[in-house]
Design a protein. Sequence first.
Length: 239
Amino acid sequence: MRGGRRGVVRKGKPSGAGAIAKAGNEYRSGDYEAAILTLGQATVDEDEYVDLAYLLGLSYARLGRFDEALLYLEQVVTQSVPDRRVDQCRMTLAYVYAVTGRAKLAEYELKKLLEADKKSPRVFSALGHASWKQGRLDDGIEWYAKALELEPENPTALNGYGYLLACADRDLQKALTCCRKALDADPGNPAYADSIGWTYLRLGMLAEAGRFLGQAAAELDDEEIREHLETYEKAVGSR
């Protein structure tokens, strides 16, 4: 998709700076639809286009309009000199690819960040998730471990590390400790409730597993959570 067709934006006289500034304020205030509308009506000069694409890509991503987001975000990372803005677009691309089931492309963007020496718990955790989604469980565990080396109390890294340990049926007490810490940091997170419920299930602690898996399923309609709950119900039925 790199270097794809640009969106339909009128280009001509360099009169888009005001619109770009206005859209930036709208984006920062959370009014992503308004930012898109403002930019869609703008006339921009060639050297302003990347600024426009940057804001459009982020706004579409925030709204879950991922095909449109990819169109603009990919232009930013291919047409710009590496900077904080490009890093943000790469991270957003990785997120979009992850949630749309393209883990290999997510991994590509994340490794580009590592090549630029952009190491962070967020990048390492995202690599852990991308590796796991591609069936590389051990790699995923290693990436989450790297994230925890940088930030031992990071909830995302704790949850991911604990969950993958449980999936590997490895060091389940440590997995439980990590998942519990993550859930304590964010008690309302259904993904974290699912992780600790799954870990309890791997430990054979069915009462605790049922409580957390039921909580997760009630709060989030997710195929993986449903599968965990079905596994729990079968375990209870077999007793």
